[in-house]
Design a protein around this ligand. Structure first.
Ligand code: ATP
Ligand code: MG
Length: 285
């Protein structure tokens, strides 16, 4: 049986079977940092029906770091992000070719349990989407669906998730109030706590702060910065200052293609490609 974590990934693919045929060698095609690779795509194409939205994307995402996806509207950032936990599976008529590897295992292999995959690769959306339930039930939802019934364990998961999301102090006395009564910034941190409750090791965030005021945005940015110690984070953002502030590496997409990826500081100060330069200097997009 081959080891599933040849690059010292943080955890084993517990609930995903260790089929030899889905384990690939792990030479990153487009390295963006010194850390081991957590997720890698190889020659990924993606289609909505007849329309191709992603073209031949090969990208290595380093673990325990923040990678930002930038690029003009419609260039495929969200589509690409959603291929990383198979969220696109629910779009009828969509298909892909190429590979997405999580710690070297192809997540589109037929043996993969998609529910287990999405627990490990959690997602936070642009618009916070609390369930119309109590704060407690919002966070306990994922672990409950996963079969956790022990009330004390659930209470402990809820508390630790809220603490990690930096929301505990604000809500600890109102766990039974509706999550919908929270402010926008609090709701977004609640959604981050909800994503953390299933103990993922990757967090995909699609413009998580774009609907927030500056103070709430700063809180979410601080949080992302803290979380990267333990999680691999991929964030889509239109805000280039934000990308520069919080990400270690940045990938620039244009018309469904990955144009350039590198250390954030280098990409913003010395872009290699003309299209990247035009975008970051505000000439288009
Ligand atoms: N469900 C869908 N069905 C068909 N086409 C889609 C679907 N979702 C996205 N697309 C198309 O795929 C392309 C990429 O869209 P995507 O949402 O990934 O871009 P984006 O870079 O995230 O844009 P934005 O910055 O505006 O969020 C666009 O042409 C879009 O119209
Ligand atoms: Mg998008």
């Amino acid at each position: 049986m081959p080891t599933l974590t040849p690059n010292a990934g943080s955890r084993k693919l517990e609930s995903m079977p260790s089929y030899t045929d889905v384990v690939k060698d792990r030479q990153p095609s487009t390295a963006a940092g010194p850390q081991p690779t957590k997720i890698e795509t190889r020659g990924l194409n993606f289609f909505y029906g007849e329309r191709q939205a992603l073209f031949d994307i090969s990208l290595a995402i380093p673990e325990r770091s923040v990678m930002a996806f930038i690029g003009p509207s419609g260039c495929g950032k969200s589509t690409f992000l959603r291929t990383l936990n198979r969220m696109n599976d629910i779009v009828e008529g969509s298909r892909h070719t190429g590979e997405v590897l999580l710690e070297g295992v192809d997540i589109y292999a037929p043996q993969i349990d998609v529910v287990a995959l999405r627990k490990r690769v959690g997602m936070v959306f642009q618009k916070s989407t609390p369930f119309p339930k109590s704060i407690f039930d919002n966070i306990a939802y994922g672990p409950k669906v996963a079969g956790e019934r022990d009330r004390r364990k659930l209470t402990s998961i809820v508390e630790s998730s809220l603490q990690r999301a930096g929301l505990w102090e604000e809500v600890k006395d109102r766990m039974n109030s509706s999550a919908l009564a929270l402010s926008g910034g609090q709701q977004q941190r609640l959604c981050i706590a909800r994503a953390l409750a299933t103990s993922p090791d990757v967090l995909l965030m699609d413009e998580p702060a774009s609907a927030l005021d500056p103070a709430s945005t700063a809180r979410v940015e601080d949080l992302i910065f803290e979380l990267k110690e333990n999680y691999t984070i991929v964030i889509v953002t239109h805000n280039m200052q934000q990308a520069a502030r919080i990400s270690d590496s940045t990938a620039f997409f244009y018309q469904g293609q990955l144009i350039e990826v590198g250390r954030t500081r280098e990409l913003f100060t010395k872009p290699k490609e003309k299209q990247t330069e035009d975008y970051i200097t505000g000439r288009f997009g």
